[in-house]
Design a protein around this ligand. Structure first.
Ligand code: NAD
Ligand code: TYD
Length: 362
């Protein structure tokens, strides 16, 4: 890897995408990595596995909104790049409690930008030129597409609909402003829905796999015809590394899987794979556990991403087709019952009871 010159500071590195990215960074290159993570309900040291003790990796428990801590980490570890993944990420939680989303996603990102700016200004010219701040955002900032609309591109206007999307949009605007106003070398990525190992089981795919195995109902919101553009997490990590290495400063890159599917199609495929890999026996198919439940408030109908710029300028293409990636994911959850037990804390059970009501059995 040509870039970065210096340590990579990964925020949110104990979460789903962050932990996969830290693993990529450690296995691929020779750069030192510092993970900064607050270890909220969604973060877990176990996600980092062996990498936690790798001599090139330092794990720090802390908040991206802590100015003293962030300033110290940048300085002490001679950071050459920041990749910001720390965030509150679940739309349903943002509908119930939006304040935490503004605190971490907006105020926390502002603090990272301010500390990075102060640090970057004082670097010697060669290090200043090499420094990068990569901000990881989402397709949800663009709002919802109609059935026949073309996919979102970097030129699509922002139209966030959920408190989560609004808080990510706020962060994206701050990143843009720090580049425009102060010249901070930022890059922003807007990615579609990820799936893969170690995703917290509040999100659609792991929730459905684990509910199916527990014999509980598979709660599909509304009519189940909402469309998401699914990308395997490893492909997202490759895109982030390409942007870090070769992206143009100040630019935004859309990342997506060209993997549009309705929620009914996704849940149907999970049931089909589980029927084959972990049959329920006389009970029939896992499909019998599917239950249509009241819709999410303000539920975006369709997301789709056109990643043409990333392909043309940086040569990135997703490598994993959805069926293959989903099979790998289902197998991972089947083979890691200890991880599943560890993340299902009393807080998690409380969330499930609040969100879906006491009745969960199929
Ligand atoms: P996640 O919820 O699995 O992990 C988020 C991590 O951030 C957790 O480890 C959590 O402990 C940590 N964190 C939260 N608040 C923090 C704070 N104040 N300080 C430090 N750490 C904090 O999320 P994810 O799915 O891995 O998403 C990572 C990033 O990618 C987010 O910025 C998200 O908006 C973006 N993104 C996610 C998807 C997706 O489908 N999962 C798609 C596009 C973009
Ligand atoms: P989710 O994984 O929460 O991601 P996002 O809201 O960021 O797209 O949800 C993916 C889709 O699945 C979305 O259309 C909402 C739907 N969904 C359900 O139908 N039932 C559920 O229990 C959950 C969590 C999501």
């Amino acid at each position: 890897m040509d870039r970065p010159a210096g340590t990579v500071l990964v925020t949110g590195g104990a979460g789903f995408i962050g932990s996969n990215l830290v693993r990529h960074l450690i296995s691929r290159g020779d750069v030192p990595v510092v993970t900064l993570d607050k270890l909220t309900y969604a973060g877990n040291r176990l996600n980092l596995g062996d990498v936690l003790d790798n001599p090139r990796h330092v794990f720090v428990e802390g908040d991206i909104a802590d100015d003293t801590l962030v300033a110290r980490l940048l300085q002490t570890h001679a950071v050459g790049a920041v990749i910001n993944l720390a965030a509150e990420t679940h739309v349903d939680r943002s509908i119930r409690s939006p304040a935490a989303f503004v605190q971490t996603n907006v105020v926390g990102t502002l603090n990272l930008l301010e500390q990075a700016h102060l640090y970057w200004q004082r670097l010697p010219p060669s290090a200043r030129e090499m420094f990068r701040f990569v901000h990881v955002s989402t397709d949800e900032v663009y709002g919802s597409l109609g059935r026949a609309d073309p996919a979102f591109t970097e030129a699509s206007p922002y139209a966030p609909n959920s408190p989560y999307a609004a808080s990510k949009a706020g962060a994206d605007y701050l990143v843009r402003a720090f580049h425009h106003t102060y010249g901070l070398p930022t890059l922003t990525t807007n990615c579609s829905n990820n799936y893969g190992p170690r995703q917290f089981p509040e999100k659609l795919i792991p929730l459905m796999i684990l509910n199916a195995l527990k014999g509980e109902r598979l709660p599909i919101y509304g009519d189940g015809q909402n469309v998401r553009d699914w990308l395997y997490v490893g492909d997202h990590c490759q895109a982030l590394l390409r942007v870090l290495e070769a992206g143009t400063i100040g630019e935004t890159y859309v990342v997506g899987g060209s993997g549009e599917l309705t929620n009914c199609e996704v849940v149907g495929m999970i049931c089909e794979m589980l029927d084959e890999m972990h049959p329920v026996g006389k009970r029939g198919s896992y499909r019998e556990q599917i239950a249509f439940v009241p819709d999410r408030a303000g539920h975006d109908r369709r997301y789709a991403m056109n990643a043409g710029k990333l392909r043309k300028e940086l040569g990135w293409m997703p490598e994993t087709n959805f069926r293959e990636g989903l099979r790998r994911t289902v197998r991972w959850y089947l083979e890691n019952p200890q991880w599943v037990r560890d993340v299902q804390t009393p807080e998690y059970r409380q969330w499930i009871a609040t969100q879906y009501g006491a009745r969960t059995s199929a």
